[in-house]
Design a binder for this molecule. Structure first.
Ligand SMILES: O=c1ccn([C@@H]2O[C@H](COP(=O)(O)O)[C@@H](O)[C@H]2O)c(=O)[nH]1
Length: 243
């Protein structure tokens, strides 16, 4: 999965998401992320249809509840045939283990479960002063990612700044999923821990999640292509040839 760009379809309706997808028709089948806004509006059947039209689908529901409830949600999601599902690492080991067991029981072995460590919209001040979590963001992300791995998760969501630590801890197969991607010169908006696509890819991000820099661009297809190119260039820089 290394260095794939995932388009965050943060739209209020299925029609608006489909309008964006139709502007990307000339591209190879994209990897798309459906978050809470679109899932609650469009529903599970629409997500199944996305899969049927050939998209890889990341369902970003950020589950966080008691283990029994999360296990039930994973069981339902497993039937949709999606590729990736998020849950919050701060739900703890028992919650993540219950999620993994539910996935394994469901037989949906291709469904990867990834744990959100600390949202990319949070910074050091929020972590320490608002949430009351001591230490650096990096240490907290690293601790949550380790707990996620030990609980059987397939990867972690983190910012580009924490990718190298996560890959070093988790190994090449433990996915680093990285939102907060901003091409050089673009506004961070509500994101705090941001990084350019080229740098995040060079540091080892497996999936680069990009929303507004594509969906709100005047030409979304051109914006998408430019980000894919930046990621490919980072791959060339890493290997000395195209890889
Ligand atoms: O820590 C996190 C976890 C998830 N996200 C999601 O990624 C996209 C980013 O969208 P942009 O428009 O590129 O900021 C969005 O769907 C978030 O829900 C995240 O940003 N940070």
């Amino acid at each position: 999965m290394r260095g794939r760009v995932v388009i965050a379809l943060d739209f209020p309706t299925a029609e608006e998401a489909e309008a964006l997808l139709s502007r990307l028709e000339a591209e190879e089948k994209p990897f798309v992320k459906v978050g809470m806004q679109l899932f609650y509006a469009a529903g599970p059947r629409w997500v199944e249809r996305l899969k049927e039209r050939g998209c890889d689908v990341f369902l970003d529901l950020k589950l966080h509840d008691i283990p029994n409830t999360v296990a039930g949600a994973v069981d339902s999601v497993a039937r949709l045939g999606v590729d990736l599902l998020t849950l919050h690492a701060c739900g703890g080991r028992a919650m993540m283990e219950a999620a993994r067991e539910a996935r394994d029981r469901s037989g949906a072995s291709s469904l990867r479960l990834v744990a959100v460590t600390q949202l990319t919209s949070l910074d050091q001040r929020v972590l320490n002063e608002e949430l009351g979590i001591p230490g650096t963001v990096e240490a907290c992300v690293s601790r949550y990612a380790r707990m996620a791995r030990e609980s059987g998760m397939d990867g972690a969501v983190c910012s580009g700044w924490e990718v190298e630590g996560i890959k070093a801890m988790g190994g090449p197969d433990f996915l680093a999923v990285v939102p907060g991607i901003r091409p050089k010169g673009e506004a961070a908006q509500d994101q705090k821990r941001v990084m350019t696509p080229q740098e995040a890819a060079a540091r080892g991000a497996d999936l680069l999640v990009v929303g507004r820099p594509i969906t709100r661009a005047a030409d979304p297809a051109a914006a998408y292509r430019a980000i894919v190119r930046a990621v490919q260039n980072a791959g060339r820089d890493r290997c000395g040839l195209e890889c």
